[in-house]
Design a protein around this ligand. Sequence first.
Ligand code: NAP
Length: 297
Amino acid sequence: MLTGLQVAVLGGDARQLEIIRKLTELDAKVYLVGFDQLEQSFAGAVKEKLEELPFHELDALILPVAGLQPTGEIETVFSSAHPQLTKTMLSKTPDHCLLFTGISPPVLTKLAEQAGRTLIRLFDRDDVAIYNSIPTAEGAVMMAIQHTDFTIHGSSVAVLGMGRVGMSVARTFANLGANVKLGARKSEHLARAIEMGLTPFSIDQLPQQAESLDLIINTIPSLVITSQAIAKMKPHVFIIDLASKPGGTDFQFAKKRGIKAILALGLPGIVAPKTAGQILAGVITDLMKDAAITKGE
Ligand code: NAP
């Protein structure tokens, strides 16, 4: 239980609702900032203006998964207001107060550093990344279905990258009956591909593989789908680039060659906001339980 802990949830999207639900279920006192247009109510949660929060009593602040806007504003889909988090506000919180975010843009990193508060980047965590790879893989399936006129079953699919997302995506497409080739640079990743029943290839051999492919799903946050590879692709190929901005595809060249390529970001929040919220809620509340134990010592 989180009885006695006080948490402020600052803006965000539908994922935050699962976090609020879990926090209130566990008996934390929750303040909601940027939720004035939210009709749903949660027992144990009160709507509050940012500047009226009891900062000196807060044990945690939960920011949107994207952190803060470059201007320091808190983005929220449940309000038309744009509250601004400042160093002065953060400095009022107790030393033990935790700051949760998905990723940390420079403005947030700097703010946390200046205020001397611990910033927890949830998307850096292996457990969150692996859980999130499940809705990401399902999102990739959704995109493949929406944007092609052939079945995944029997098609030739290249998955690039054997990290947390690449592994889940490759397994999901293989389970749907695709012939999955896995492009990576490390020998252990190629070995894992063989163990999974996939066909491995060295990522620098993508131009040689390109002609045989129907669908390419990239998870490598570096330019790997080059103009040389795109030049060899068949016209019906569809590229789903999942890697963080700017992706790993030469999009300009793909457009020039008439190859459909989409940078598909934030799929967990799009295809499964409830699950994506539950993933974050589980990790946040576990970390807060640990913090509660430390606080009680
Ligand atoms: P990860 O576990 O770090 O995997 C990334 C993979 O890329 C690793 O296997 C790494 O291999 C490989 N890699 C990196 N640079 C490379 C290069 N220059 N050449 C060849 N391979 C390279 O990351 P992840 O959790 O799978 O996430 C992958 C990407 O997807 C990230 O950009 C993440 O932000 C994004 N993502 C997107 C969504 C979405 O909805 N679109 C959802 C979740 C994550 P090495 O070990 O050889 O470096």
